[in-house]
Ligand binder design. Sequence first.
Ligand SMILES: Nc1ncnc2c1ncn2[C@@H]1O[C@H](COP(=O)(O)OP(=O)(O)O)[C@@H](O)[C@H]1O
Ligand SMILES: [Mg+2]
Length: 374
Amino acid sequence: MEMFTFGPGTIVGPYRIVKQIGSGGMGAVYEAAHLVLRRRAAVKVLHAHLRGKSGLDARMIQEASILEDLCHPGITRIYDCAVLADGRPWIAMELVPGESLAVRMAREVRIPHADLSKLMSSIADVLATVHVRGIVHRDLKPDNILFAELHTGFPLRIIDWGVARLGPSARLTQDGVTCGTPIYMSPEQCAGKNIAPACDVYSLGIMAYEALCGHPPFEGENLAEVVKLHLHGAAAPLATKCPTAPQKLCELVHQMLHKVPTMRPTASTVSLRMNELANSITDARHDFAQFELEEPPSEFASFEITGGAPQPVRAAKFGPSHALDQILTETSDSDTTAKWASDPGGPDRKPEQSASDSTTRATRTSAQVEKLGR
Ligand SMILES: Nc1ncnc2c1ncn2[C@@H]1O[C@H](COP(=O)(O)OP(=O)(O)O)[C@@H](O)[C@H]1O
Ligand SMILES: [Mg+2]
């Protein structure tokens, strides 16, 4: 497979490539400097081996159009889009320097409940804006959430709008072909039908569940099993899996995971309720610190101390989008995607690093409890 990448100094439109910062199923992403302006940008270029294949050039142009149409601080600003001499499209967009939610989830065993609720509220806020315009992201997952610098006015950016759907008239995939990453994919996506905003809410619910208890609700030995669980499996109750989590937070996440799309809350409801939850947890924490209560309220996720070193198991990465028929026919041992089960952390995970970070986190939380005079 031809994997042509650009070295430092390569000129793409009015940009000079500085270094490669990422790569996905569709393209390689580079940090680049504008030749005239002081601007730094993220330049995404379609992989050479995908040139002219299955309308992927069109998808990339579509991603650029979506970025241009949508005006929300949680969506990367687009600067430019054009086609290289060899026919490959490229996009220049706002460079987001922060880590991804996937990296944060691998580092922090459990994100404090107030932070998590705030984070979910922000992501849902972006989704609410795009859903109103009939756009569905369709590939929401922790890798596609990047943390932004504080001064930019919004805490994160949702990236990778390449498989987003623009509404019934602008569908780029054929009927029955599924886009998305199986661990985060809604039942209706798994079944290749009814792609509506509710599918993003489901994916967000999976992310919240994973962040709360260290692993996603549906895992299996192979892709077909995961798909089956999305379609028919029941997520283990969060109230049992993480008893310290606020009951309302657990309930909301389970509602987001409802099998019936119309029974899920909308993104705007999720944003509102997550924000309320974040505020109530923060207020409770403040009261506790102020009055030196004997026992912290159960919402005190960040002060939770569990016995022994926590053993987080994060969602494996399935790589780029899969067509359902491809998923179901994949062989169980010859394909790298089938091997994910034996490496539950997926290719990006660094278990040693997470384990030591977990220890650091346990020490840190103990110190916090002590400081509060528990
Ligand atoms: N605007 C950006 N700023 C910083 N890094 C980015 C940006 N866009 C993408 N990346 C990095 O490049 C990787 C691949 O980008 P993505 O849009 O997911 O590509 P693909 O469409 O090929 O899946 C991301 O996971 C991220 O690490
Ligand atoms: Mg991607």
